[in-house]
Ligand binder design. Structure first.
Ligand code: GLU
Length: 474
């Protein structure tokens, strides 16, 4: 820990592809850990692979963090801008005799690897230049760490327990390449040191790197952070999670209308738990989060459970928040014009859809008909629903709506009007209802009829029935 004992963690994604939902579980666990301890959550963009790193991927990372609500403490650090610092630290290690110039050529190293393979040994550098003390006389060289040869390297991981490797199984790692660029493991350690990172929480695919990085921390004279390795996330067929398991990028979930709260909740539960509680707010997660409660075995991504949680969060969000999210979603997706959004009966939309929608997109699907200028009728459905008796009853319903212009009849008033019309025509509701539904919504499935009447208002009800009557008589 650093002197002030403040917990400082970082999320260190490489912007080399569209960020995957699994990457953000790592981000989330770091965030929750920081918040739990009143610490700081930092971002380091590991963009040293100049060919594969793209600004749009970096933007997507930032936007995903923002949307999920994982606020950063301080500005992001960009690794590519720190090459001079990495080189300076490598030179310091050279000067202190903790690193050395290696002049071994690619041919020598290839031949060495080949020999070792033939003998059934693990290929590793043999330390040929370790004691050679090569000067910098213009001969090409790379810089290698003088790693300890005896003893063991051991970490205590709160998720996996003790992890130990014999030092003679690790070779002298290249820290600066022949072109002077820092290698991945070296850059990470210099940066973690400079950023005063106290806990490194990352995927267990980095376990081997961690064991190598320990020697770099030691050589640089840095205090070791604590390390925790998160198990992998698998698809339901227990292979590494990918798109075909129904796992999208964070921003795709946003665009599909998932609430950020639901995704955060789901990702947190993907390999961590607190009793048998399933639904958490982000502050509850921060309150309870502990690395010791992260499962050591791989987690399996379940899109159905995510969808279920999405519905739970729709019901828990305060009405005003939900209305604001709905508007934001509709705007982002360009589903309605600004004018339509401004005039939308938001309160009614929320009231009649929130219990039955799991996403904002589903919510919009239920009320899409409200915003249609002119409904298109499917001829077969129209033939079935728009019977002569039903049409006569529709005309009366339009008249009733006309008498109520400017008012909002209660469900009871609508119900009484329906009763009177049904009696007058001696028909059953099951004859009238499909015609009303089709005339008002253009579909067979919609929210309950009284909600539809409410959402449209009396004038629009009258106008739509008129259109249906015209359609039928055309
Ligand atoms: N850039 C690495 C990755 O995306 C992160 C490694 C780390 O957290 O140290 O896997």
């Amino acid at each position: 820990m650093n002197q002030s004992n403040t917990v400082r963690v970082r999320f260190a994604p490489s912007p080399t592809g569209n960020p995957h939902v699994g990457n953000f579980r790592t981000a989330l666990y770091n965030y929750l850990f920081a918040r739990h301890h009143g610490g700081e959550f930092l971002l380091r963009v590991e963009d040293t692979d100049r060919e594969r790193s793209k600004p749009e991927y970096e933007d997507a990372i930032l936007e995903s963090l923002r949307w999920l609500g994982l606020e950063l403490d301080g500005d992001p650090v960009r690794q590519s801008e720190r090459a001079a610092r990495h080189q300076a630290e490598a030179n310091r290690l050279l000067a202190e005799g903790k690193a050395y110039r290696c002049r071994c050529t690619a041919e020598r190293l290839d031949a060495l690897r080949e020999q070792q393979r033939e003998k059934g040994e693990t290929p590793m550098y043999d330390g040929h230049c370790r004691e050679a003390n090569h000067p910098d006389d213009g001969t090409p060289f790379c810089v290698r760490l003088k790693a300890p040869r005896e003893g063991v390297t051991s970490i205590h991981d709160p998720i996996r327990g003790a992890v130990t490797v014999q030092n003679n199984e690790l070779d002298d790692l290249v820290i600066l390449r022949t072109d002077g660029s820092p290698t991945y493991n070296f850059a990470v350690v210099v940066d973690d040191g400079d950023m005063k990172i106290t806990h490194v929480i990352r995927g267990d695919d980095h376990l081997r790197n961690t064991l190598r990085q320990v020697a770099i921390f030691d050589a640089l004279g840095l205090e070791l952070p604590r390390f925790a390795h998160l198990p992998q996330i698998l698809g339901q067929d227990r292979t590494r999670l990918s798109k075909r398991h129904g796992a999208a990028g964070v921003l795709e979930y946003r665009d599909q209308g998932y609430l950020a709260e639901a995704l955060v909740n789901y990702l947190a539960r993907l390999g961590w738990g607190h009793g048998d509680q399933e639904v958490f707010t982000i502050s509850e997660l921060a309150e309870h989060f502990a690395l010791e409660n992260v499962n050591a075995s791989a987690a399996v991504f379940d899109p159905q459970k995510l969808l279920w949680l999405a519905g739970e969060h729709m019901r828990r969000l305060p009405e005003d928040d939900l209305a604001a999210r709905f508007v934001e979603h509709v705007q982002r997706r360009g589903l309605l014009t600004e004018q339509r959004i401004d005039n939308a009966p938001l309160k009614k939309i929320i009231a009649c859809t929130r219990e039955r929608s799991k996403t904002l997109e589903e919510m919009f699907d239920f009320v899409r008909f409200v915003f249609a200028d002119r409904l298109e009728f499917d001829p077969d459905e129209a033939a079935k629903a728009f019977t002569p008796e039903a049409m006569a009853s529709l005309a009366d319903l339009a008249d009733f709506a006309g008498t109520q212009s400017g008012k909002s009849p209660s469900h009871e008033e609508w119900e009484n009007a329906f009763k009177a019309i049904l009696e007058k025509h001696a028909i059953k509701m099951k004859v009238m209802a499909p015609a009303v539904r089709l005339a008002l919504t253009g579909t067979k499935v919609s929210p309950p009829i009284f909600d539809v009447l409410d959402l449209l208002g009396t004038d629009e009800v009258q106008r739509r029935i008129q259109q249906a009557l015209e359609y039928k008589s055309a």
